[in-house]
Design a protein around this ligand. Sequence first.
Ligand code: SAH
Ligand code: SF4
Length: 362
Amino acid sequence: MHTIIKRCHQGNYTFEDLKYLLSVTSEEQTQLLLNEAYQVKCAEVKPIVNLRGIIEFSNICHKDCHYCGIRKSNEFVTRFFMQKDEILESAKWAFKKGYGSIVLQSGERCDLSYVDFVEDCLYAIKEITKGKLGVTLSLGEQTYQTYNRWFKAGAHRYLLRLETSNESLYNQLHPDDHSFLNRKKCLDVLRKVGYQVGTGVMIGLPGQNIDSLVQDVLFFKDNDIDMIGMGPYIKHPDTPMASLDLNLDVQQRFDLALKMIAVCRLVLRDVNIAATTALQAIDAMGREKGIKAGANVIMPNLSDIKYRDKYYLYAGKPCTDENASQCRDCLENRILSIGETINYNHWGDSPHFKKRQASCLY
Ligand code: SAH
Ligand code: SF4
């Protein structure tokens, strides 16, 4: 274990090394892995948590991913689309509270009225916050032109999870007209446009094995990814995948997600890694445990309570009955209680992105 961790520190780890780390089960070895990753986190990105207030502004989606609760074929979902002024109110609230940056997320739509709407919101957010509030988008696969328009309107980071780097597994999780190659291509396009690029995978999917997760980590490394957002796969009862048996129980998926965070921190070093809400859906202290495993970003939910229970990607999403200010107070105490501080009023870009940008100038 010590030799493998040393090789990770030196950057000369092997595929088998990463497989070993993701496979440890004993309490002692797991703790060693998580502690090492936390040390790397503190050295590379400090014992600091960056907040991104997330506004899930619409659950209307034109795609049909087999795992997702808001897929277009789920007839039990009451669809909503927030008004521009509601989005601006949430953005303003986040800005006033010192969040530094927000994420706009929704189901996927590519029609012009939607693209215009998002662009309009971005310009307005930049105007009311005098360009000071950072904006990340998580709006799925779009064209070069759309990504470019939104970038020009002020978005500077984009999250697009590949879901898995294993093409045949990807195809099992999606209908035939969803394209793995296009999703991958979108990550390149986002990079070309100038975004800080975030991606990630779900952990504990049916048909996924440890080899596939190691491939995911190597994919992040090879593609020079700036930010990682990963979480355990959680069944949603009204989806086609709900009936599939899983190899891992819920606690095992949670533990594996923590190990993935730790291994990503050991391998990728200076990127931003989110402790996602899906961790908290399984364990009330899930996000704090994610931070202690090497994550440095938390995404508190800013959406109005009346919309939250309609944005159920998976079962048991937490805090659907707390408003944003209750969330903020509770979160701040939780973060302080684990010996970390919050990076208020900063965008909190990953050092990895800054280095990448600097090297592009020459
Ligand atoms: N429509 C956009 C953004 C919203 S979905 C997109 O797909 O990129 C955001 C993320 O939610 C997805 O990338 C997926 O990884 C995650 N998600 C969806 N269903 C899930 C489930 N059942 N369990 C865990 N994560 C899920
Ligand atoms: Fe739509 Fe995203 Fe859910 Fe797929 S994962 S159905 S694109 S919201």
